[in-house]
Design a protein around this ligand. Structure first.
Ligand code: FES
Length: 152
């Protein structure tokens, strides 16, 4: 498997790692298939601008690189701008990912959305119309992986 030099650079030197004690938005997502977990911490101001953002990832190299890049991209953005960030954009910013590692970038996108959902929930606002449906933590979010039949 070949990582781009940008992925390698973020993997060796990830940006914005850690927790934010004064975070007012915290999201945690996981991929049940690979077992990787990602957490995002944000400080969002009254103008809905993401002033600070950090992450913790217990996951593979691509998960670390994509969360590092994702935090760099959403820092200083408004919530609206951050919600428009797709995993494809994160991958492009990293000069691509091997196909088997695409789901890792999905995890980064979902971690951002989960943190933003938490921001609204803390304010007593239903986040679903704004942020969309957030999968419960631990649910398999790999769309190509359906060998466990779902019960109706
Ligand atoms: Fe699961 Fe990368 S292998 S997040």
């Amino acid at each position: 498997m070949q990582y781009s030099s940008k992925v390698m650079e973020h993997l060796m030197n990830p940006r914005n790692v850690g927790e934010l004690e004064n975070a007012n938005a915290v999201g945690m997502v996981g991929n049940a298939k690979c077992g990787d977990i990602m957490q995002m911490f944000m400080v969002i101001d009254d103008n809905e601008v993401i002033q600070e953002v950090t992450f913790k990832t217990f996951g593979c190299g691509a998960a670390i690189a994509t969360s590092s890049m994702a935090t760099e991209l959403v820092k200083g953005q408004t919530i609206k701008e951050a919600l428009a960030l797709t995993n494809t954009a994160v991958m492009e910013a990293l000069d691509g990912l091997p196909p088997v590692k695409v789901h890792c970038s999905v995890l980064a996108e979902e971690a951002i959305r989960a943190a933003l959902a938490d921001y609204y929930t803390r304010k007593g606002i239903d986040p679903t119309p704004i942020v969309g449906e957030i999968k419960p933590f631990g649910e398999d979010d790999d769309d190509h992986h359906h060998d466990i039949p779902e019960e109706e």
